[in-house]
Design a protein around this ligand. Structure first.
Ligand SMILES: NC(=O)c1ccc[n+]([C@@H]2O[C@H](COP(=O)([O-])OP(=O)(O)OC[C@H]3O[C@@H](n4cnc5c(N)ncnc54)[C@H](O)[C@@H]3O)[C@@H](O)[C@H]2O)c1
Length: 259
């Protein structure tokens, strides 16, 4: 078991990638703290972990709020006597996040708050626990949009994810000799509620599928497998880097879309 007795704090654990990662980490022997703004969703993930024979507790917080965030980490650490791994995964794509000219400041602010500021606040609240535990790991969920632009933009989401990558590097370098690793993952389109909502119509899917070498979305479980590896001691020499997991999307130039 890769994560035997590791205490893993997962944000956005009520949703697609977060829930799949909670299940994967628990299957690898971890004690999981599922954190989400949605209490029912966080609780459902706990029940799913327990049905599978694992151990988990839920904590509820809007992670854009510093006090709520601090409380979530304190309660999570109290549940299992500390925290070894943080998976910063909570995120949103908001309607109205568009080009720089079209996007309202309110949409920009909330998108940056959830996708970037919350990662900062979770690092601020969580790093002391990781240092206390020794051999701590932070895995930040960015996105391929941190690397490639889109003609159908989400300017705030993209800027936030670029910020997550830069923050990951800074934390990695700062703590490299203090027993703490920080890595990022950059998933391509993955079959979760977040993406299914904006790929709901056939035209939106057709437009994107032709840019996907594999011609399909990733599955949350495929992303969870990468997170579990990066969080484990098997990845002990990995810090500061970002791992693209996108079915070849960012490697592609011309795609044969006949199949
Ligand atoms: N699905 C994709 O294609 C894809 C691709 C690249 C990156 N990502 C990233 O993966 C992460 C997870 O996305 P997903 O697709 O599983 O989405 P999802 O909507 O299924 O899950 C996101 C979770 O975050 C929670 N959340 C939202 N705001 C919060 C807040 N303020 N505080 C606490 N929790 C909050 C939601 O309640 C939800 O459970 C996000 O950071 C997203 O940007 C997703």
């Amino acid at each position: 078991m890769r994560l035997k007795d590791k205490r893993v704090f997962i944000t956005g654990a009520g949703g697609g990638i977060g829930r799949a990662t909670a299940l994967k980490c628990a299957a690898e022997g971890a004690l999981v703290i599922t954190c989400d703004i949605d209490a029912d969703a966080a609780g459902e993930t706990v029940r799913a972990v327990m049905r599978a024979g694992g151990e988990a507790v839920a904590v509820v917080a809007d992670l854009t709020n510093e006090e709520a965030c601090n409380m979530a980490f304190a309660n999570g650490a109290a549940a299992f006597g500390g925290i070894d791994v943080i998976f910063n995964n909570a995120g949103v794509c908001l309607t109205g996040d568009d080009g720089p000219v079209e996007t309202d400041l309110a949409v920009w602010n909330r998108t940056i708050a959830v996708n970037l500021t919350s990662v900062f606040l979770c690092c601020k609240a969580g790093i002391p626990y990781l240092l206390q535990a020794g051999q701590g790991v932070i895995v930040n969920n960015a996105s391929i949009v941190a690397y490639v632009g889109s003609a159908f933009p989400q300017i705030a989401y993209t800027a936030a994810k670029g910020g997550v990558l830069a923050m990951t590097r800074e934390i990695a370098v700062m703590y490299a000799r203090k027993g703490l690793r920080a890595v990022a993952i950059c998933p391509g389109p993955t079959a979760t509620p977040l993406v299914k909502a904006f790929l709901a119509d056939d035209e939106a899917w057709r437009l994107r599928r032709r840019h996907l070498p594999m011609g399909r979305l990733g599955q949350p479980e495929e992303i969870a497998n990468l997170v579990a590896f990066l969080a484990s001691d098997e990845a002990s020499f990995i810090t500061g880097s970002a791992y693209t997991i996108d079915g070849g999307l960012t490697s592609a130039y011309v795609i044969d879309d006949k199949d």
